[in-house]
Design a binder for this molecule. Structure first.
Ligand SMILES: Cc1cc2nc3c(=O)[nH]c(=O)nc-3n(C[C@H](O)[C@H](O)[C@H](O)COP(=O)(O)O)c2cc1C
Length: 169
């Protein structure tokens, strides 16, 4: 089995970020999970949402050693759907019965695939992901970014994608 999975979250499936991850996903021959197809509700202090799709999705994700987080940069940050997904990992910290699940994230390797309309992926965007990975005990494997200022233009990212895909070989 391929040891890598991608978690994708954008406000549109076939926009810049969707096309970018489809290309990379094809190179790596990996499964791409679209968070907008899942019913994952925002973090709840009372955990009344434990029967939504979050836990089954995490169970699926925990079968993989490498996880690619895929999101556009929206307001110097991840997309709202991605943020909700990340917030929900707090369930693991809160609930005794889920702590083991949270521990299984440790030592997995995380990557970021992102698009924006800037030359580089925003510093605060990348740093917040790196801090999250560190907090969860995950390694950081690297990122690839596509500047879509003039639309999605794959010929501009060929070298970057080549380098990124090499990280998985
Ligand atoms: C709500 C929103 C916020 C955005 N914020 C930023 C930003 O902070 N920095 C940036 O460079 N681009 C920003 N952009 C541009 C997107 O990152 C860029 O167009 C991206 O490629 C969109 O990907 P998508 O087609 O998957 O939505 C923003 C776009 C939207 C819709």
């Amino acid at each position: 089995m391929n040891d890598t999975i991608a978690i994708f979250a954008s406000a549109r499936r076939n926009g810049n970020t969707g096309k970018f991850i489809d290309w990379i996903g094809n190179e790596l021959d990996i499964k791409i999970i679209d968070l907008s197809e899942k019913n994952i509700s925002p973090y709840d202090y009372e955990h009344k949402n434990l029967d939504d799709d979050f836990i089954p999705l995490m169970n699926q994700l925990l079968d993989y050693e490498k996880v690619i987080f895929v999101t556009p940069v929206y307001w110097f940050s991840a997309s709202a759907q991605m943020k909700i997904f990340i917030d929900r990992t707090s369930d693991f910290l809160d609930l005794e019965e889920l702590k083991d699940m949270g521990r299984r994230l440790r030592n997995k390797t995380s990557y970021i695939v992102c698009t924006s309309t800037s030359n580089e992926a925003d510093r605060s965007f990348l740093n917040s992901f790196k801090d999250i990975f560190e907090y969860l005990g995950m390694n950081y494997g690297g990122h690839v970014h596509a500047n879509c200022e003039n639309g999605y233009s794959p010929s501009e990212y060929i070298e970057d994608v080549k380098k990124f895909v090499q990280l998985f070989k």
